[in-house]
Design a protein around this ligand. Structure first.
Ligand SMILES: *Cc1c(COP(=O)(O)O)cnc(C)c1O
Length: 386
């Protein structure tokens, strides 16, 4: 019987303790495990390679993404580094989105400059550009949807099919929606990847990553390399992540409901020049989002109709939105793309990517939506005053 995701998130790994009958799986901090006898190891020998607490959370994550198995890594970046290590040799081509996560862009760009592989940054919503990149016979194609910070959506099923026909392994960075709202493996991707730091943990107190594979042999190869290069996730992070994961589905539902309420309010606000959210018909890829996502998500962006002084007044007037990078926690966060997440880009590159100097991004939390709206309203009043 296939179980629904809320059930998987809550029950995966419960009641596994034989010794005391613990309902909640205990945390196993030991770095090493004794041998039963000469040349007779147990299931685990060393915690970099395998750890019972990490096993439990990996199983839960694999089930949530409908994959064969999962490999937990110590950061989202090391999950990305792991897949490029496994699937790319010098001379091989990686196709990545032109508007991918800034850390991913920096990783691929710097590794390519060292000759580890070649990278083509492509607008995957542009059919001709994608076809030209696939004609280069890439070994790996990375998809990231919705994008950061403009929440553009691309067609996972189509891109993964084209990638497969071109002989490439496909991987979808599913961080922005979580498995509760989008399942890349059921749409044809070979791999799903997350920064668990975001929605999966959901409480802004863990940094971790995961790769989930559809094929058990691919999962085994990833696990072998994760141990080999030493990027596996720690027992303590695994424990916290499993605890955060229990509430994934209700957290996502509430954050998403709040985001829709904020959008309704922001649409009435004269200081908002432009809004970005996959639920909006004018958003790039809205129709694809309706088809491939189970919800529109809780990330939204908007351009303020004003200058830097107005942004300062607006941000200074907020009390329920913390000025911080990252996303996906229970608390609402706001960030200014030009000086924070996309500060590494040249102003011209930002403009070319459509990221305005007055763009603000909100990661909607699970506070009461009426309080959040009242806080925004107050900050807009302060921003409007000179
Ligand atoms: C945060 C993030 C990453 C990197 O993950 P870390 O856990 O910060 O290393 C990768 N992709 C996306 C979409 C992210 O938001």
């Amino acid at each position: 019987m296939t179980r629904k995701q809320a059930t998987i998130a809550v029950r995966s790994g419960l009641n596994v303790d034989e010794q005391y009958g613990c309902v909640v799986p205990p945390i196993h901090l030991s770095s090493t495990y004794n041998f039963i006898d000469f040349n007779k190891p147990r299931t685990h020998d060393y915690s970099r390679r395998g750890n019972p607490t990490r096993d439990v959370v990996q199983r839960a994550l694999a089930e949530l993404e409908s994959g064969a198995d999962a490999v937990l890594t110590n950061t989202g970046m090391s999950a990305l580094h792991l897949i490029t290590t496994v699937f790319l040799k010098p001379g091989d081509v990686l196709v990545a989105p032109h508007d991918c996560y800034g850390g991913s862009y920096r990783l691929f760009d710097s590794m390519a400059k060292r000759g580890c592989y070649r990278v083509l940054f492509v607008d995957q919503g542009d059919e001709a550009a994608l076809a030209a990149a696939l004609a280069e016979k890439p070994k790996l194609v990375l998809v990231e949807t919705p994008s950061n910070p403009l929440l553009r959506v691309v067609d996972i099923e189509k891109i993964c099919r084209l990638a497969r026909n071109a002989g490439a392994v496909s991987v979808v960075d599913n961080t922005f929606l979580s498995p509760a709202l989008q399942n890349p493996l059921t749409l044809g991707a070979d791999l799903a990847l997350h920064s668990c730091t975001k929605y999966l943990n959901g409480h802004s107190d863990v940094v971790a990553g995961v790769v989930i594979a559809n094929d058990p042999d691919m999962a085994a190869e990833l696990a072998w390399w994760a141990n080999n290069i030493g990027v596996t996730g720690s027992a303590f992070d695994s424990y916290l992540l499993l605890r955060g994961l229990r509430t994934l589905v209700p957290r996502m539902e509430m954050a998403q409901r709040n985001a829709l309420a904020l959008i309704k309010y922001l649409q009435t606000q004269p200081l908002v020049k432009r809004l970005y959210h996959p639920s909006l018909p004018e958003n790039a890829g809205h129709e694809i989002a309706v088809r491939q996502q189970k919800g529109f998500g809780a990330m939204l962006s908007f351009e303020l109709n004003g200058d830097e002084q107005m942004i300062r007044r607006f941000l200074g007037g907020l009390t329920l939105f913390t000025l911080a990078e990252s996303l996906g926690g229970v608390e609402s966060l706001i960030s200014h793309s030009a000086t924070m997440t996309h500060a590494g880009m040249a102003p011209e590159a930002r403009a070319a990517a459509g990221i305005s100097e007055t763009l603000l991004r909100i990661s909607t939390g699970i506070e009461d939506s009426e309080d959040l709206i009242a806080d925004l309203d107050n900050a807009f009043r302060i921003a409007a005053k000179r």
